[in-house]
Design a protein around this ligand. Structure first.
Ligand code: AMP
Length: 428
């Protein structure tokens, strides 16, 4: 029988790397709290219709990447429900916003989430079929100020602060505006017209997109198509006065706060629901999959899935890619961390006493690895050196006298410490 392995595109996260994941999540939670965001947890699967309507039938995600299945019908007369593992979390958050009438409070809702998402993409470094996103949404009725460019600027400033706090240096913020639905329709027509004379020289995907969704041509990565794409009209020229003023207010606030950005005219994002501001934070250390996070404004999403008018702005960060970036930067490599002490009982008869000592020290907040009295001393020393900064030797003499032998590996110094002073010594 062949051995079973994790499914293609999925992977196990193991210590010590999981310590880095935990640190990222703890930092994100702390930053979100400072900006007055609360956590939302939505189900991992939803009715397929939510994504078809909320993300867009024409997007790659919905048209070819979703894990969808028919649930068993409860009764013969019932139609089986089509369910899908969430490929992203914004649609779920907006569904919950509508379902729980969160807009009725008249307040802005500031919600963050973290958890697994599922897309049937071609796996490669930084791209998985199960991956984890940390994201946030600011959404509410227009009377709560949800359309204000200040909200966009605040979210972007928060992201800059979060990446800095995580120790991710060298990020780039790319910013654009895709305008209102009317602006986009106008731009789509301009693109469609501009593509007619050149599309025959472009890739097969672009030929299809030129007909179905010309905006997507801008996402094309085929090198030979790039010079052609550079000659196409830019969306900035199709924006109406209100969209231009909105974008100008976002950039003015970012300038005032000292958050650097560059304008990327081709940033139109993969999801259909974006309006006005779109953005991406990228990092050079990531290679081909260089997007750390993406997001934008989605003023029409709530209405698209049957809810009230509820403009919003949000983002999703790829946690897998944050981890890759931090490992590449070699900052706070979780593998470098070691326990405060390794307790080595001298003989199996001292195992129970060693557990008691470990319990005492752990209750005092120390990080302790407990050895095994059945090991020879040399083996205990080797194991301790790999996992801890110090070794504490617990023999019959030490137990009786209450004076323990402690060796610090970094200095090689061996000292005798009374049990009452041990915790203080080990925490140094
Ligand atoms: P999106 O929801 O497509 O806007 O993606 C937001 C972020 O999620 C991206 O910038 C990536 O960092 C991350 N991401 C998207 N798809 C994947 C994937 N298949 N594997 C790993 N990370 C991903």
């Amino acid at each position: 029988m062949s051995t079973l392995k994790a499914v293609r595109g999925t992977r196990d996260l193991l210590p010590p790397e999981t310590a880095l994941w935990n640190r990222i999540e703890a930092t994100a939670r702390a930053v979100f709290a400072r900006y007055n965001f609360g956590e939302i947890r939505t189900p991992v699967f939803e009715d397929t219709g939510l994504f078809a309507r909320g993300v867009g039938e024409e997007t790659d995600i919905v048209s070819k990447e979703m894990y969808t299945w028919e649930d068993r019908a409860r009764a013969q007369s019932e139609k089986p429900q089509s369910l899908t593992l969430r490929p992203e979390n914004t649609a779920g958050v907006v569904r919950a916003y509508i379902e729980h009438g969160l807009g009725e409070s008249g307040q802005l809702q500031k919600l963050y989430y973290m958890g697994p998402q599922f897309r049937r993409e071609r796996p490669q470094k930084g791209r998985y079929r199960q991956f984890s996103q940390i994201g946030a949404e600011v959404i509410g009725p227009p009377s709560a100020g949800s359309e204000s460019p200040l909200r966009d600027a605040e979210v972007l400033e928060m992201l800059a602060s979060l990446l800095d706090e995580l120790g991710i240096s060298g990020w780039t913020l790319e910013l654009n505006s895709v305008g209102s639905p009317a602006d986009r329709a106008r731009y789509n027509e301009a693109l469609r017209a501009a593509l007619v004379p050149v599309v025959s020289q472009m890739c097969e995907d672009c030929k299809r997109r030129a007909v179905t969704n010309p905006l997507r041509v801008l996402d094309c990565k085929v090198p030979a198509d790039q010079p052609i794409i550079d000659t196409l009209p830019v969306i900035a020229d199709s924006l109406d006065e209100a969209s231009k003023a909105h974008f100008a207010a976002v950039t003015a606030a970012l300038d005032a706060a000292g958050v650097p950005y560059t304008r990327n005219h081709r940033l139109v994002r993969g999801l259909d629901y974006y309006t006005r501001t779109t953005f991406e934070f990228t990092h050079g250390g990531l290679g081909a999959q260089n997007a750390l996070l993406g997001g934008g404004r989605y003023d029409g999403l709530s209405e698209a899935i049957g809810g009230p008018k509820a403009p919003g702005i949000g983002f999703a960060m790829g946690e897998d890619r944050l981890v890759l970036t931090l490992l590449a930067l070699n900052e706070q490599n979780a593998g470098a961390q070691k326990a405060d002490a390794y307790i080595a009982p001298l003989g199996e008869g001292l195992n129970a006493a060693a557990l008691t000592l470990a319990r005492e020290l752990r209750h005092q907040g120390l990080w302790i690895e407990l050895g095994e009295g059945g090991f020879r001393l040399k083996k205990s020393f080797d194991a301790a050196d790999k996992t801890a900064r110090r070794i504490v030797i617990l023999g019959e003499d030490e137990l009786q006298s209450g004076i323990l032998t402690v060796k610090t590996f970094s200095t090689g110094v061996q000292t005798k410490i009374p049990r009452t002073e041990l915790a203080a010594f080990l925490s140094l």
